[in-house]
Every structure is written in structure tokens, then in C-alpha cells.
Write a protein that binds this ligand. Structure first.
Ligand SMILES: [Zn+2]
Length: 904
């Protein structure tokens, strides 16, 4: 018991000290062991885990910070670390990943070295995380006043019904951008691009001049006719250069950029700021009754990409798109011009009629490659050639890189599903809301703009992962762009297959190119950003094979190189960890037992089993499984059928339980928990590390933000998934299993209920708060008979009431939200008894019938009017399938799957 608790502490310690959490904290050694794990071994890695760590009494992160260049293995690129063997006498060290010997590069050149000879080993001892501040080099120098750029891309359409001056959504958008501009520091670069039927590049310093670009203009000069894939022609890019009056040359310094000369980018100072704001306020909305007018969003993205791709060396910036409807003409069209036909739904995703989605996905993916520094030619090549992958091409080094943030504020979909590669592959953000009036939109815009300057952000980052013999890197799942592996240069191409697995498994989609790399391009890295890294284990065919060679520890090194804007310098952060393997554990035990313990017998089997079980981190296992499945569901032509994805999810959970459920015999310190399903079956015995697995799984599979997407649109799903795929472990847990609080009269949390609880008890007048990460529901319970305490809410809409009554939950919310740093501002939904919006709360509560009766031994805090949930809420009819209805039924269902696997 105590030893497994200690192991759990170690999971958390590993997160606090290095920002890493594994699903299994011991690596399997044999093929049989690995096959039992069901999902690939993997971890969540949060590079800047230390940025906002409160750590009042927890383990402090231990990061060694040095100035200088790290020692790098000349064979594989691994950096010298605390686990490398050092031969001081000969000034050599042995790489713990590829076993090569290296001379210290700094030998005879003291200034280049991060470490003095005397403390080469000493300084690394105890430090898994080392951060190098790289000295400026002529070959890779950084401009000391390198500017940060913001490009605002503004959709000018406004529906005529919203055009009333006092309620204009467009005006509200312009005001939000203006207030951001007011606060931007001097020295930032700003560009304004707007679009309706054409794209307009504003040149505010030239007295309201604009360059107008239309699709027909470009096609007239270009060679092709202008439909869909005919846009994937890099000759057209030349036409756009000419149209913008630009050459294809990237300036060496921002001051020399042609964009500044032509006033396409403006450096902010007190005078130019006023001019830009005036230009912005002069923007007139284009009023329309049509919900699907000619809207050239894709062309605006293309023109922005052309503009930025030839800006200047090491360019870094954000392009922020504001749109209120779908793109209706090529390139990047997601809908026809017919206003009557509805936007594609999840059901229509793989429909043959859905002609726009696949082409649009290709187009926006190509634009994302360009934003990662690739040329238009390479980007178009990759999306039009089925065998070619972006990882086949080395990522150009100093080319401009930027991200796309997408703000879609509209009642209907805007094609965010098709545009999501723009944000996901460039580490940009997606935000959806109904209008530009929304408070959440304004807050998110300010976050998007100012977090870049104020929070710990890394720019132009590249994360690469290195492993020792026992492992290969198989997948990186995160926001960001897979790029050519670090072994793809001529020098070390032979190493590629030693370190990177090319095995395709059941978590891959057949409708997607699989990229094999250890290298992820991250244009921006927020302190919350967390990358999932999966490994393929080089396991032995059998245990007897292991006994002939001596088992070793495994090592993993994460390297992230990035631009630190606060010092205008390049930095490298390396984290190197040691992982035990089951065989290593066994050989250690054998050693201490005098070499008598056989590798293949019952006792040694149980020993390994125990260590493996103790090393299991159930929440991380589930987060990684969900990431794998979301990645699988999202293909080149649209989302796959989510029913099959849920099927794989259920099967994975059941398989894992089937493989580890067996009653644990042997030493008495084997602790197991007896889990009773409602069938009171005594056969389901788990280790305690599995105790929340099924309950979490139940919440995940019925979660409308993840898998049960049937009542949501593809745009909403893209929005939810894009956040989950980069979320830190805390946020991931909250998304997977929302939290329900009961607030007392003073605003204190009186109770937190698990969502699966049988009875939720409160009394009239109290508030329930449900935090689902993407939205937070405030629910007021009142007595419908008297109506006392009722809030003045619109019966179905979520307009914020001015009722003073909301002070209590609002105050709670502002404290609650500041508890840990959240990248996304949640939408707040206010609801109450008999209110239409209460369905959002109901859909998340998961009891068979939480409303049936009031248990007599209730909450002692409420001695008077105890009311069961049935009286506080009024339920809508539910459309859940049987095993979605309650956690008990889900247990039964999983148990039936376990039995099925048993008999196979
Ligand atoms: Zn090496």
C-alpha cells in the first residue's frame, strides 16, 4: 500500500519537477508485456511547466540556467546530460542515446562552453532540466530590436438586421481591436487587411490608400481557371507579389523590409497609432441580407500568407482573423453561394455531396505550412502529391513564421472545421462565439494579443525528442506542425530509423498521411501548452532473450530551441529523464537476491506485474488515449464516424481491465481494491491505481465536447478538440470530467458533487456551478410553486441579468478562474429552475435517476427544506443510449466487454 502511494507521489513529483507525466512509469520489456498495455506508452510534456508554478510547499522545479552552447553528440544530436558518461582525462563523453564517444566541443575554446571542465559532471548532477542562453552568433544572429507583428484580418460583412448603430456587431469588433491597439507598446508592427468580395490591404500612412485584390484579377493574370485545386499553383503566388508590389526577397532586417517602405506594416508610435486607429474607424461594414454572400476568406488568408512570407528574417507575428460567416468562393471555399442550403453537419461530413471540405482542408493546411517557414511551392507539392509529406522536406531556418488565431462570431458555422489546420498547425487559437458583443470574445482577444507580450511565451520553437536503445519516438500529438526529423540532414540520415518508429497501428487513420518524426515546429509556445509524445518500445520477443543480454535503463531527452523575446536571444531547454524497464527492475532484484532469482518463474512474473501496476497513472493514460482517438477521428476529408471512435475507446478500457483484472495472488503487500458493479460480480478485481478509470471513462465517452458530438456542429467540435490537443493535465482532467459545486449563501463552496453521484442535494435559493472548462453553468434553484428567488432571465437565451443575486456566483467565479492559469476564457451560461438552458447542466449529470427520492440521512447542513434534485431541476427527456445513462450501467457494459475478451 505505502509503496504504491509513494509511486503516485512520484507521478506528481515528475510533473512538478520536469513537467512530464507518463501513462506507465515503468517501461515494458517483452512483446507480451507491451501488448497487454493496449495503448502505446507515452507521456505529456509541458516545456514551460515552471512559468506559473505556485509551489508553496511542493517540490520546486530544479532548472539549471547557464550561458553558452551545450555539448552536442555529433552522431545523433543528443545534448550532454547528467546521465552521459564523462571521461575527464581525455576530455570526452559518451552519448547515452547512441553510445558514441564525443570530444568536448569547447576544448580549447572556453568562451563557447556552457560548462567549465571542473564542473562538467558536477553541474549536471541532479539537474534533469538545463536551460542554455545561447551567445549571439554571426550565423544565427538576432536583431536586438526585433519587432513583434500583428496582422488584423477583418471580415466586413454585417447582417442588415444587426446594423443598428447601437447594436452593431461590426462596430463592437472595431472597438475591441481599437482598445487593443491603444494598449500595444510602441515598436510593435501592425497591419490591417479587410475583405468582403475582395481583399483590401490598408496603407493608413498613405492617406487611406488600399490595394485591392480579387480572385478574378489573379486568375486573369495567372494561367489557370480558378476552381478549387487549380489554386494550388505557385505561379499564382508571383501574380499576387506583383499585385502587392513586392519582390520575393526576404529582408535581412525588419527595418529594411519592403513592407515598412510600402506602409503595409506600420511601426507603432504615438503618431502612427492614431493614424491606424482612424483607418480602422473609417472601415465601413458591408451590409447584407444574405447569410452566404460572396466572401473571400480564403483569398484573404492567401494574401496575408504571401505578404508575410517575404517580410524579413526571423519574422514572428500573429495573424488574427475575425469572421462572421463561411468562405463562399475559392480558394478555401467551405460553402456554396446558396444561402438556402445548410452548412455541412457531422452526418454530412463524409457525404459525397460535401465537395468543399476536402479541398478546403488541403488549402488551409498548405497555408499553415507556409506559416511554418515552408515555401508555397513545397506546401502545394505536399498537399497535391499523395506520397509526399511535409516531413520529407527540411524546415527552412530563418524564414518568417507566424500563427493564425481564428475568431468566428456568428450564429451559424463559419467553416472553422476546414480552417482549423491554420490555427492548429501554427499553434494559434480558435475561439467561437455568437457575436462580437460577447464579453468572452473581448477577453479572449485581449488574451490573444497581450499574453504574447506578458506571459511566458516561446517563439519560433522546435521541440525534438531523443531516446536510447529501448525506445523509438512514434508520434507527437499537440498543436504545432510536424517537420522533418532532426536526423533528416545528410549527416545523420542513417540514424533516422534507429530513433523513429514507422509502425502504423490501429490508432492511425487510413485516410491520413502518417508523418514519422521526432521534431515539432511550435511558432508560439504558451506556458500551458502540453505535447503528447508516444513511443514504440524495442521489446524482446521473450523473457529468455532478455536474460542473455544485460538489461539497461532507458533515457529520453526533450530539447526545445526557441526565441526568448524578453532577452532577444536563442535558448535551448533540455530535459533528460531516466526510465526503469521491467527487466532492469528484475535484474536489480536478482542482484540483491544473490543472483538466484530466475527471470522466468511465477515470483518474478508477479514482481514485474506489481511494479508495472504501481507505475500506472490512470488519468494520464486516459488523456493520452483521448488524444490518440481525436487525432484518428480527424482525417483529410472530414471527421470519421464518432460511433466507431467511441467503440475503440470502450474496447480499450475494457481490454486494459481484462488484462490486469486478475485477482492478484502472492505477497500480502499486493493491494487490490474490490470493485462491485451493480451486478455484484466478484470477479472484477483491480489494483487501486485503476479505481477511477471506469468513472472517468464514462464521463469522457458521453462528453459532447469530445466524442458524443451528435448535437454539436463540426465547427464546435474543431474548437473543442483544438483546445484539448494542447491542454495541460489539469485542464484536460477538467474537460474530461467537469466539476459540480454547490454554493452557500455566502458564496462558499458547501459541497462538491461528483457528476455520477446518486443524489445532489441543495435547497431553494442555492446556486449550483458546473465547470466544464469551455463553459461554466450557473444554476439558480428556486421553488417553482412560489417563484421566490427567481432571476429575471430571458426564458431561453443567455443574457446576463443585472440581478444583484448573481453577485455571489460571479464572485465565486472570478476567484475560481484565477486559481490556475487558464488559456481559454469560458462562456458563462446562466440558468435556473424550469429554464431552457438548464439542459446544459442536465446533459452532464449522470445518475440513473438522481431525482427518485431524498435519502433520509441527508446533508446535515440543511436541516429544514431538503430537496432532492428532482425538485430543484426539471429534467428534459434524455436521448442517451442505455449504457450512457448511468455509471452503474456503464460498469455493467464494460464488464460485459471484459467477459467477451475473456472468452476470445
Ligand atoms: Zn549520440
Amino acid at each position: 500500500m505505502s509503496s504504491s502511494l509513494a509511486m503516485k507521489d512520484r507521478f506528481q513529483e515528475s510533473e512538478r519537477k520536469f513537467g512530464i507525466r507518463f501513462n506507465w512509469n515503468v517501461l515494458a520489456s517483452t512483446r507480451l508485456e507491451e501488448s497487454r498495455l493496449v495503448c502505446p506508452t507515452g507521456c505529456l510534456y509541458r516545456p514551460f511547466f515552471d512559468a506559473d508554478l505556485p509551489a508553496p510547499n511542493g517540490t520546486k522545479p530544479e532548472i539549471m540556467k547557464v550561458t553558452g552552447f551545450p555539448e552536442k553528440c555529433s552522431h545523433c544530436g543528443t545534448l550532454l546530460n547528467r546521465y552521459s558518461g564523462v571521461d575527464k582525462l581525455n576530455a570526452m563523453w559518451r552519448c547515452n542515446m547512441c553510445n558514441s564517444k564525443n570530444f568536448f566541443a569547447g576544448h580549447g575554446n572556453e568562451s563557447r562552453r556552457a560548462n567549465e571542465d571542473s564542473d562538467i559532471q558536477g553541474s549536471h548532477n541532479g539537474f534533469e532540466v538545463i536551460e542554455y542562453h545561447l551567445p549571439d552568433e554571426i550565423t544565427d544572429s538576432l536583431d536586438q530590436d526585433l519587432a513583434f507583428a500583428y496582422i488584423f484580418i477583418i471580415d466586413r460583412y454585417e447582417n442588415i438586421d444587426n446594423a443598428d448603430k447601437s447594436k452593431s456587431s461590426f462596430r463592437s469588433l472595431v472597438q475591441s481591436i481599437e482598445s487593443a491597439l491603444q494598449r500595444l507598446p510602441d515598436g510593435c508592427l501592425v497591419g490591417i487587411i479587410s475583405f468582403d468580395e475582395a481583399v483590401y490591404l490598408h496603407q493608413p500612412l498613405d492617406h487611406n490608400t488600399t490595394i485591392e485584390v480579387s480572385a478574378t484579377d489573379i486568375m486573369k493574370e495567372g494561367t489557370s481557371a480558378g476552381k478549387g485545386s487549380q489554386w494550388f499553383d505557385f505561379n499564382l503566388i508571383g501574380v499576387i507579389y506583383r499585385k502587392l508590389g513586392l519582390t520575393g526577397v526576404v529582408a535581412d532586417k525588419w527595418q529594411n523590409s519592403q513592407h515598412l517602405i510600402k506602409n503595409l506594416l506600420i511601426k507603432l508610435d504615438s503618431a502612427s497609432r492614431m493614424t491606424v486607429i482612424r483607418e480602422l474607424n473609417d472601415l465601413k461594414p458591408k451590409l447584407t441580407r444574405n447569410f452566404k454572400p460572396v466572401r473571400v476568406t480564403g483569398l484573404a488568408i492567401l494574401v496575408t500568407s504571401v505578404l508575410l512570407s517575404v517580410s524579413y528574417k526571423n519574422f514572428i507575428g500573429k495573424s488574427i482573423l475575425f469572421t462572421s460567416g463561411p468562405c463562399t468562393v475559392d480558394p478555401g471555399r467551405v460553402h456554396s453561394l446558396s444561402a438556402k442550403s445548410p452548412m455541412r453537419s457531422h452526418n454530412a461530413m463524409n457525404d459525397i455531396e460535401n465537395v468543399y471540405t476536402p479541398e478546403a482542408l488541403k488549402f488551409y493546411t498548405a497555408m499553415a505550412y507556409v506559416a511554418n517557414g515552408y515555401s508555397f511551392k513545397d506546401a502545394f507539392d505536399v498537399i497535391t502529391t499523395s506520397s509526399k509529406k511535409i516531413t520529407d522536406i527540411l524546415q527552412p531556418k530563418e524564414r518568417p513564421r507566424w500563427s493564425f488565431d481564428l475568431f468566428a462570431c456568428s450564429l451559424d458555422q463559419s467553416g472553422i472545421f476546414e480552417m482549423k489546420p491554420l490555427a492548429q498547425n501554427t499553434t494559434g487559437q480558435i475561439f467561437l462565439s455568437e457575436t462580437f458583443f460577447d464579453v468572452q470574445f473581448k477577453e479572449m482577444l485581449l488574451k490573444s494579443i497581450f499574453n504574447v507580450l506578458e506571459k511566458k511565451y516561446a517563439f519560433r520553437g522546435n521541440l525534438s525528442v531523443f531516446t536510447s536503445d529501448h525506445l523509438k519516438v512514434s508520434r507527437l500529438i499537440s498543436s504545432g506542425c510536424n517537420v522533418a526529423s532532426t536526423f533528416q540532414s545528410e549527416k545523420s540520415s542513417d540514424k533516422h530509423s534507429d530513433f523513429i518508429s514507422d509502425i502504423v497501428d490501429r490508432f492511425d487513420s487510413t485516410m491520413k498521411k502518417r508523418e514519422f518524426t521526432n521534431n515539432l515546429s511550435l511558432n508560439f509556445l504558451d506556458s500551458a501548452d502540453t505535447v503528447a509524445v508516444f513511443f514504440h518500445l524495442n521489446t524482446y520477443g521473450s523473457t529468455s532473450q532478455v536474460s542473455t543480454s544485460s538489461p539497461k535503463d532507458a533515457y529520453i531527452q526533450f530539447q526545445i530551441k526557441y526565441l526568448d523575446m524578453s532577452t532577444r536571444s536563442w535558448k535551448i531547454r533540455q530535459t533528460t529523464i531516466q526510465m526503469a524497464t521491467t527487466m532492469k527492475i528484475l535484474s536489480f532484484l536478482r542482484g540483491s537476491a544473490g543472483g538466484d532469482l530466475k527471470l522466468v518463474n511465477e515470483t518474478s512474473h508477479l514482481m514485474k506485474e506489481r511494479r508495472l501496476l504501481e507505475s500506472f497513472d490512470q488519468k494520464t493514460w486516459l488523456i493520452l488515449l483521448v488524444r490518440l482517438l481525436l487525432e484518428k477521428a480527424d482525417t483529410n476529408i472530414g471527421y470519421t464516424d464518432f460511433k466507431s471512435i467511441i467503440g475503440i475507446f470502450d474496447n480499450s478500457v475494457a481490454q486494459l481491465i481484462q488484462r490486469f483484472k486478475k485477482p492478484l495472488k502472492g505477497p500480502s503487500h499486493f493491494h487490490s481494491i474490490h470493485f462491485k458493479t451493480s451486478t455484484e460480480d466478484d470477479n472484477l478485481l483491480f489494483h487501486e491505481n485503476f479505481n477511477e478509470l471506469i468513472t472517468y471513462a464514462f464521463q469522457i465517452r458521453r462528453n459532447p465536447d469530445l466524442f458524443s458530438i451528435f448535437n454539436t456542429s463540426p465547427d464546435e467540435t474543431a474548437f473543442h478538440h483544438s483546445w484539448f490537443l494542447r491542454a495541460d493535465p489539469n485542464s484536460s482532467n477538467l474537460i474530461m470530467r467537469p466539476r459540480l459545486y454547490l454554493l452557500g449563501q455566502t458564496g462558499n463552496v458547501e459541497q462538491e458533487f461528483p457528476l455520477e453521484t446518486k443524489y445532489v442535494i441543495g435547497k431553494y435559493g442555492c446556486f449550483f456551478i458546473l465547470d466544464c472548462f469551455f463553459h461554466i453553468i450557473i444554476y439558480k434553484a428556486f421553488d417553482p410553486a412560489t417563484g421566490i428567488g427567481k432571476l429575471s432571465l430571458h426564458h431561453s437565451r443567455n443574457e446576463r441579468s443585472n440581478d444583484e443575486d448573481l453577485d455571489i456566483p460571479m464572485k465565486f467565479l472570478s476567484n475560481h478562474l484565477s486559481c490556475y492559469n487558464r488559456s481559454l476564457t469560458p462562456k458563462v451560461i446562466i440558468s435556473q429552475t424550469n429554464h431552457a438552458q438548464s439542459r446544459y447542466l442536465f446533459s452532464r449529470l449522470a445518475s440513473e435517476d438522481p431525482f427518485e427520492q431524498v435519502p433520509q440521512t441527508g446533508n446535515s447542513g440543511h436541516n429544514s427544506i431538503l430537496k432532492s434534485l428532482r425538485n430543484l431541476f426539471v429534467s428534459n427527456s434524455s436521448d442517451l443510449t442505455e449504457h450512457e445513462q448511468s455509471v452503474d450501467r456503464y460498469y455493467q457494459y464494460i464488464y460485459s466487454l471484459v467477459q467477451k475478451f475473456e472468452s476470445e
